[in-house]
Design a protein around this ligand. Structure first.
Ligand SMILES: C[S@@+](CC[C@H](N)C(=O)[O-])C[C@H]1O[C@@H](n2cnc3c(N)ncnc32)[C@H](O)[C@@H]1O
Length: 200
């Protein structure tokens, strides 16, 4: 891993255990992703979102309101828009430069983007039927707050444990289970993994 990737892993490990410490890391991580925004799509491989796609396959409802957290350049938001033609999707990211790229690459009126911090989201309780996180740090309290009862969450890591931002499925299950999520399914596809859960 590069220095930047090791830093992203360190931040993930610390923040999942101690979310309060995020305030120390917010500015440097945002700056790191602002710099990466112009080249982000060049490091993507064709199967990057295979695990996330496999998890979406398992959702038998038709989500209308979807939030893609840590959307980066919006690839997952666009994938979800293709999957669920009736859904309105919001892609949220800390990095304004990532959001600029996402807006440039998206031409669907159903997909909108917002600069927002996943630790303190500007959305009402239960605003979304589905929240997706692709290669993103989960902030469990906010995540649980914005998912509607009966809604779903998908957390996917494109290169499994080798993904710089990565949280093991066991930890995801424990944290989400504490916050009312049930019906966990773990999916493996290509090099990655995804976890699907439903909110009671
Ligand atoms: C590894 S990138 C993944 C981008 C995209 N989901 C993908 O898989 O291509 C992580 C993204 O999460 C964003 N991010 C990190 N912490 C965040 C936070 N607290 N709130 C919102 N976005 C955040 C970063 O700015 C970055 O764009």
């Amino acid at each position: 891993m590069t220095f930047g990737q090791r830093f992203a892993r360190l931040v993930t490990d610390v923040v999942v255990r101690r979310p309060m410490l995020w305030r120390l890391f917010r500015a440097p991580l945002r700056s790191q992703f602002d710099k990466l925004a112009p080249v982000w799509d060049t490091i993507r491989q064709p199967d990057t979102f295979a695990p996330l796609d496999a998890a979406l396959d398992r959702i038998d409802s038709h989500p209308q309101r979807v939030l893609d957290l840590g959307t980066g350049t919006g690839a997952v938001a666009r994938l979800v828009a293709e999957r669920f033609p009736e859904a309105e999707i919001v892609g949220a990211d800390l990095s304004a430069h990532m959001i600029d790229q996402a807006r440039r690459l998206t031409n669907s009126p159903r997909v909108t983007y917002q600069v927002a911090d996943a630790q303190k989201l500007p959305f009402a309780d239960g605003s979304f039927d589905l929240v997706t996180l692709g290669n993103m740090i989960p902030f469990f309290d906010e995540l649980a707050r914005v998912v509607a009862s009966g809604g779903h969450v998908v957390v996917a890591y494109s290169a499994g444990p080798e993904t710089p931002i990565y949280v093991p499925a066991k930890r995801l299950r424990t944290e989400l289970g504490r916050r009312g999520f049930v019906d966990f399914a773990e999916l493996s596809a290509a090099r990655g993994i995804a976890l699907l859960a439903a909110k009671r």
